[in-house]
Design a binder for this molecule. Structure first.
Ligand code: AMP
Length: 427
């Protein structure tokens, strides 16, 4: 199947060509024709599968005809976090490049008056987090009576974050006759039950249920004592050829600790967590996405939806407490057919969480040994890395022996060029 056979307008095909998508991904092949036919969707898709475009492309296509009225959006996309909503809005901008649809992004941390100005002019697409949308509704700044298409993205995350009552409140304000696209990374019985309240006779589609990790991610386990985590993190950062990396921590206090430590050791880092104000979060993301900072030290705020073109590495400074978060964290790399590497630092105290992860992904994670700089596929066990410490010279020697990856400068931004670097595809 090609994008040309989907019956899309010239303007959208042109923007798809420019962004470099050659063929629709599996979820896009399954979803786009049905959305264009006006069907409701109950979709199960992991992030990284092209899920956003699977609803955004047909949504934009459907909205080409028609006009919006002041304060009455024609479509509504609900996302659980500010970051995800921002990213969804970026995808809208891609496919709207040669069209003139209007969009507003309603998320916390941005001034009400700016958002209000856009609503007053009339928008075709409203992308929002539930809380901020309800604030605008309560202030009488937006009416949802004209919404023809509703998208609920990352429904399982909405459930985790306690947003389902808000979504129910919002959907009561929407017309009963509408098209609803409901997406979740997992379709547990609970999510399916919730989903069925929002959709009518949906087409069920499912791609890569969320109990598997993407096959193009090499994931390794570094067994370490709690005290040696920082030094082992530094060691692995020096050994690996990092283009850009996200380091996940479970606690905000550790985000700051890791960030300060790495800065002291001359790594260019920024951090991202829920306690930062919106402009600081946006600044961090922009610095990281533009390549000004090579490392983002983050909480799980960044684990969902964050899409950095060609992210080369993910590090778990801590083993995530919730096993599904492991899949979401490491899924930030190995996206769009590219390969990536993920390293998890695990101390003795975290073995329980690790066991849960390995049960979920149905395999044990390869153990990485600093002394051999080689990989072993065997059940994890605690090894004493302290006694195997490398000196700077050895680290440099190992660095040179490492698989032959071209320098960072050769890495072409996949999003901009549309070309997957050959050294990555041939791996
Ligand atoms: P998502 O699952 O929506 O987070 O998308 C993951 C990544 O896949 C994003 O970087 C998209 O730009 C990229 N992508 C989406 N659709 C395609 C496609 N058909 N071909 C290549 N890359 C794609």
């Amino acid at each position: 199947m090609s994008f040309q056979t989907l019956g899309l307008s010239e303007e959208i095909l042109k923007s798809i060509k420019e962004i470099g998508y050659e063929t629709p991904s599996e979820i896009q092949q399954q979803a786009i024709p049905h959305v264009l036919m006006g069907r409701d969707i109950l979709g199960c898709a992991q992030t990284g599968t092209g899920k956003t475009a699977s609803f955004m492309i047909p949504l934009v296509e459907i909205l080409i005809t028609g006009q919006s009225k002041s304060r009455m959006p024609r479509s509504l996309i609900l996302a659980p976090t500010r970051e995800l909503a921002m990213q969804v809005s970026e995808d809208f901008n891609i496919f709207n490049k040669y069209l003139k649809l209007q969009m507003a992004l309603l998320i916390g941390g941005i001034s009400f008056s700016e958002q209000d100005g856009k609503l007053a002019k009339g928008v075709d697409v409203l992308v929002a987090t539930p809380g901020r949308l309800l604030d605008h509704i309560e202030r009488g700044k937006v009416m949802l009576k004209d919404v023809k298409i509703l998208v609920i993205d990352e429904a399982d995350r909405m459930l985790d974050m306690g947003f389902i009552p808000d979504i129910e409140k919002i959907t009561k304000l929407l017309p009963k006759i509408r098209q609803t696209l409901f997406f979740s990374a997992t379709l547990s019985d609970e999510i399916r039950h919730i989903g069925k309240n929002f959709v009518i006779n949906p087409k069920e589609i499912s791609v890569n249920p969320d109990t598997t990790t993407a096959t193009n991610i090499e994931s390794y386990l570094i067994n370490t004592s709690h005290e040696d985590k920082l030094s082992n993190l530094k060691k692995i950062l020096n050994i690996e050829k990092i283009k850009n990396a996200v380091i996940f921590c479970n606690k905000k206090i550790d985000i700051n600790k890791v960030n300060i430590f790495l800065k002291k050791n001359k790594f260019s880092t920024v951090c991202l967590h829920g306690d930062m104000n919106q402009s600081a979060r946006i600044n961090s993301l922009e610095e990281f996405k533009s390549g000004l900072a090579k490392i983002l030290v983050a909480s799980d705020v960044a684990a969902r939806g964050l899409d950095i073109a060609g992210l080369s590495h993910v590090f778990n400074y801590d083993v995530p407490n919730n096993p599904e978060d492991y899949i979401h964290r490491i899924g930030r790399t190995g996206r769009a057919g590219l390969s990536g590497k993920a390293f998890t630092l695990c101390s003795e105290k975290e073995i329980k969480s690790l066991t849960l992860i390995e049960k979920l992904i149905k395999k044990s994670i390869n153990v990485y040994k600093f002394d051999e700089i080689c990989l072993e596929s065997k059940s994890p066990k605690i090894i004493n890395i302290k006694s195997n410490k490398l000196n700077e010279e050895e680290v440099l020697k190992n660095k040179n022996n490492h698989p032959n990856i071209p320098p960072i400068e050769n890495f072409i931004n996949f999003k901009q060029s549309g070309q997957i670097p050959s050294f990555l595809t041939s791996k």
